[in-house]
Write a protein that binds this ligand. Structure first.
Ligand code: FES
Length: 133
């Protein structure tokens, strides 16, 4: 059952990229939660463009690495998100914990933009891997 749920999303492409949202669904500084391979991910659109001239979309885990707070309910300031539970602060590009220094690292995901579509590649966590070898 878990294999069917988490091995490959129905909309995941052969290259492992999964379309997760349209750029037009994202707002500057707004946090949008999506579910990818059973994992909650937060998307946000930042000002400016990437070096490749694409929309500046960032993706990171919605699960706070401190104590599982919901970062989709957090506050975004430029490129940092504050967790609403204990107010840890994370850089949403690097995942580094900005406050307190040396705190746990936030999981981030590379984003690909094709036209108006946001795609991310996400590996399922090891604990979800129940495939027989
Ligand atoms: S759960 Fe996020 S800071 Fe504690």
């Amino acid at each position: 059952m878990l294999n069917r749920l988490f091995n490959k999303d129905s909309h995941e492409r052969d290259d492992g990229l999964a379309p997760v949202a349209k750029v037009s669904e994202l707002g500057y500084g707004k946090l949008k939660r999506v579910l990818v391979k059973g994992q909650p991910v937060v998307l946000t659109l930042l000002e400016g463009q990437t070096e490749q001239g694409q929309y500046n979309v960032v993706a990171f885990s919605a699960i706070c690495p401190h104590a599982l707070g919901d970062l989709a309910q957090g506050w975004l300031t430029k490129e940092e998100v504050d967790c609403p539970v204990h107010y840890y602060r994370f850089n949403i590009r690097s995942g580094e914990c900005a406050y307190p220094k040396g705190g746990p690292k936030l999981r981030t995901y590379p984003v690909t933009i094709e036209g108006n579509t946001v795609l991310i590649k996400i590996e399922k966590p090891k604990w979800m891997d129940h495939t027989e070898e």
